[in-house]
Design a protein around this ligand. Structure first.
Ligand code: ADP
Length: 252
């Protein structure tokens, strides 16, 4: 298995505060890799350093063979990053935005195919701010693909979405991976990590405290003698909700 990202002893200090305390991990090509942890754990900091958007204090990072210190521009060419909301010029509609981003990357983009992929064909003339939460996230994930990157970075892509929209995004993310793109995602939803990620790193107070597949982590916990206090039911309240309200998207 090829390692597409290698992080060694990454440290990030903000003044005297050490937000990332010497973490190391690898991401394999073609996997969905999750960074899990509570708010303030250091997930976004780590992600933005790998994305070349933030300076690290120390450590070594190699992305697809390129050293972050020596060839950051090569790294920028092969990664896709979600824009902050403020990047979506309010006067432009989705079609115009896609063309604009394509122009920035010097890529000719098939706008129709692009909107089809994320199920937004009927929103071609809508402005970003007119989209529902789920549609905004779909569009924003799609824009990470414009430069045909090898790796995309998704920072809490489903936060604030309803269960239907979250499931819909999971499908989209899986589809992107199936086409060969490596995905790094941060989340604090454990159910999301469990269904989506091939491997996860659990990060807390700037340190990685576990790294493995979700399945293996659960097996290890059970093997250590852990038992759930309540009897586990065969369904969750979320299953009930989805069963009652259906899987279809409610955006219109
Ligand atoms: P997460 O994404 O896991 O919520 P962050 O990487 O955003 O965590 O933040 C990690 C820690 O670093 C937090 O305590 C946060 O307050 C702090 N931090 C993040 N960015 C800055 C900054 N620009 N200046 C000072 N402290 C920061």
């Amino acid at each position: 298995m090829k390692k597409i990202i290698e992080v060694q002893n990454l440290v990030k200090r903000y003044g005297n505060f050490e937000a990332v305390k010497g973490i190391s991990f690898d991401v394999n090509e073609g996997e969905i890799f999750g960074l899990l942890g509570p708010n303030g754990a250091g997930k976004s900091t780590t992600l933005e350093i790998i994305e070349t958007l933030r300076q690290k204090t120390s450590g070594k990072i190699v992305v697809d063979g390129f050293d972050l210190d020596k060839q950051p521009d090569e790294i920028k060419k092969i990664i896709g990053v979600q824009l902050q909301t403020s990047g979506y010029y309010p006067g432009l509609n989705l079609t115009e935005l896609i063309k604009l981003f394509g122009g920035l990357y010097n890529e000719k983009v098939d706008v129709t195919g692009f909107l089809q992929m994320v199920n937004l064909t009927d929103k071609a003339k809508a402005k970003y701010k007119e989209l529902s939460g789920g549609q905004k996230q779909r569009f924003s994930i799609a824009t990470t693909l414009i430069n045909q990157p090898k790796i995309i970075f998704l920072d809490e892509p489903t936060t604030g979405l309803d269960p239907q929209a979250r499931r819909n995004l999971w499908e989209l993310i899986r589809g992107i991976r199936e086409k060969g793109t490596t995905v790094i995602i941060t989340t604090h939803y454990m159910d999301e990590a469990e269904v989506l990620c091939d491997r996860v790193a659990v990060i807390d107070s700037g340190k990685i405290i576990a790294i493995d597949s979700p399945d293996k982590m659960v097996d290890d916990l059970v093997a250590s003698g852990f038992e759930r206090k309540k009897e586990v039911k065969a369904a969750t309240l979320e299953d009930v909700f989805i069963n009652l309200t259906g899987k279809s998207l409610r955006e219109e």
